[in-house]
Design a protein around this ligand. Structure first.
Ligand code: B12
Length: 223
């Protein structure tokens, strides 16, 4: 079991998407993140364990290697693709609450930011928590959040930012939403985001992961 988690960690860290992907050359004809995830699920490992013990630590390692200049953007992108391949198989487990609707959750990565893995994960979990999710994708400006909110009155908003530079755009987005709809609940997250930052920009809730966001949303839905 541990071997499968370790193999998956390696596949994501090295950017081995699936068996047929040619990169990295030393893993040619080896299983990739997709196949290993399927084996892990078949072996009875839970999606949360796969996420917490293989995928998320692998991406943290990738970030560290990037900071240390051991790898560059193309390798980081392949790791992201490998994690995405694994998430395709995990999604049905997280999204199984889609038929109930506690309300609408509008989520997006803020303007100037193209990181979407964490946002997609939160989106899956919130959907699994029984909310209808409207996903605005990446590089979403305040105008898109406000327009979508007009079409879904009472919706809760989730903002993601992974860059210190785009945290400024997160602050601006919160201000812009507050200006038109002061009572709208706004959740924020992303690797550089903190509780202190949340307090400073006047967002309602900060969470370092999707699960705590789901728990907070439950309190809003009254269950
Ligand atoms: C993969 C990756 C990329 C991929 C993204 C692909 C994709 N489709 O997302 C690519 C290659 C495109 C990329 C590009 C860049 N990246 Co990059 N990237 C990463 C990396 C390695 C992993 C991010 C990730 O997916 N983590 C896994 C997910 C699951 O974690 P997460 O996003 O943090 O999400 C969790 C929580 O934060 C939270 N959460 C997230 N969002 C939300 C929202 C809400 C509402 C809530 C409640 C919670 C929540 O829940 C999630 C689940 O637990 C990070 C390293 C790191 N440690 O974060 C660097 C990192 C973020 N990147 C970095 C940089 C510098 C860049 C580039 C500027 C590089 C360049 N020179 O071009 C560009 C910027 C592009 C842009 N404009 O956005 C830096 C940022 C440094 C900084 N302080 O700003 C990092 C930290 C790497 C590093 N150590 O230097 N990157």
């Amino acid at each position: 079991m541990e071997d499968l988690l370790e193999m998956l960690h390696n596949a994501v860290e090295l950017g081995k998407v699936d068996r047929k992907s040619p990169y990295p050359p030393q893993l040619r004809d080896h299983d990739g993140a997709y196949e290993i995830t399927a084996m892990a699920l078949d072996a009875g490992l839970g999606p949360q364990q796969i996420l917490e013990e293989a995928l998320i630590p692998a991406m943290a390692k990738v970030g560290k290697k990037f900071s240390d200049r051991q790898i560059f953007v193309p390798q980081m992108l392949l790791s992201a693709k490998a994690m995405g391949a694994s998430m395709v198989l995990l999604k049905p487990f997280f999204a199984s609450g889609a038929l109930r609707s506690n309300g609408t959750f509008i989520i997006g990565t803020v303007r100037g930011d193209l990181h979407d893995i964490g946002k997609n994960l939160v989106s899956m979990m919130v959907e699994g928590g029984g909310w209808q999710v409207v996903d605005l994708g990446v590089d979403a400006g305040s105008d898109r959040f406000i327009e979508t909110l007009e079409n879904h009155p009472g919706a809760v908003i989730g903002l993601s930012a992974l860059l210190t530079t785009t945290m400024e755009n997160m602050k601006q987005t919160v201000e812009d939403i507050r200006a038109v709809s002061p009572s709208t609940r706004i959740l924020i997250g992303g690797a550089p985001v903190t509780q202190d930052f949340c307090d400073r920009i006047g967002a309602d809730f900060y969470s370092p992961n999707g699960q705590e966001a789901v728990n907070y949303l439950k309190t809003l839905a009254g269950n």
